[in-house]
Design a protein around this ligand. Sequence first.
Ligand SMILES: [Zn+2]
Ligand SMILES: [Zn+2]
Length: 401
Amino acid sequence: MIITRRPGATAGAFDRQRLVPGWDQPRVERARVLVAGVGALGNSVAAELVAHGVRHLALIDNDVIETSNLSRTVLFRAGDEGRRKCDVAAERLTLRAPARPLHLVPLHTDAVSELGWGVYRRVDVVLGCLDSSAARAGVGAPAWALDVPAVFGGIYAWDGNVLVQGEACVACDFGAAEWADMNRHYSCHRVRRDSTGAPLPNLGLTTSIVGALMARETLRLLHGDRSRRGSRTFLAGNGPSLHRLAVRRSPRCPMHMPVRGVVEMPELTSALTAGAALELLARRWEGEVALDLGRDFLLAARCLGCGTERPLMRARHRTWERDLLCERCAKSPGPWPTDPEIEAMQSISLQTPPAILDRSLEALGIPPLHLLETRTARGPHWIELSGDAERILPGWPAIAA
Ligand SMILES: [Zn+2]
Ligand SMILES: [Zn+2]
């Protein structure tokens, strides 16, 4: 967490925008924004929002700065190569803030699989500044599930677009190319792949325009304007011109799972063993409790080539395609059988073997501050690992009423 007051900051820094009819500066300064992806687009949006007085930003990115980023990133400069994007962005935003102390939380983590959904419950707007379709869908899903407005930017050469989720999610608008991109990131076993495709053509000026449009949508949403939810605005670089289309919910989109009535449990953290967490839940609901992991925990793989079985004991999202390759078969010349039979676990209860229950929830693949579905005799409940909140979002403003 970085909280700073820039020396010489003046209270009058926002005097001109306060003159804009309907502008609510205190609302802007109270807003809590999640920036998923702090590459070129994330730089641009975050810089715009801070310039307008947004103070609370969580900056999520698990990447480090490369030379090829520098021509398009307003917050990074030569010499930053190798440093974490989220940390450098936080430092530079602090220098750019026109006034007020900033409250920035850099999180060097994977926005899709390692960011607890409780983070989404604590923000007013989610910004998707991500280039892969898999990441866009993975960030859009929790925002949709928790009914948090989400704004996504996309860039291709001179053209760009901004999508605001509504009834439709970002993946509802995916075409064949986007679903193919999803598959590039994951094998048919849904474990990770090393190859992620070639980089897309990109221009810093398109990034600036799309970043400014995303910041504009964010500020309108913060002012209560819901008219753009469920729309996509296209920037045609040739004109340039803008046109907006409604995005309809696709009946085939698999990303829609509403999460309501979350029970906050400050006594639960991802560091607890699964067994201890289940005992706490069993006491609370006075009876048998099963906990859905919401993701697969891979127990073992059996090679279909030679029949060798070996333990995996890791979450699917932390498993790479190469981890599934049979060591014995890999020694022989190919082709190697890369599709082993996998034994996986999706939910746990107090009857689950101690080899699993003695592990922490974190070791089972559950990120801090995550939401989990429990099944009890009195029906299903969504619970939150609320005990992680202060560690993940230190000093963050409480959930708005
Ligand atoms: Zn959808
Ligand atoms: Zn084998």
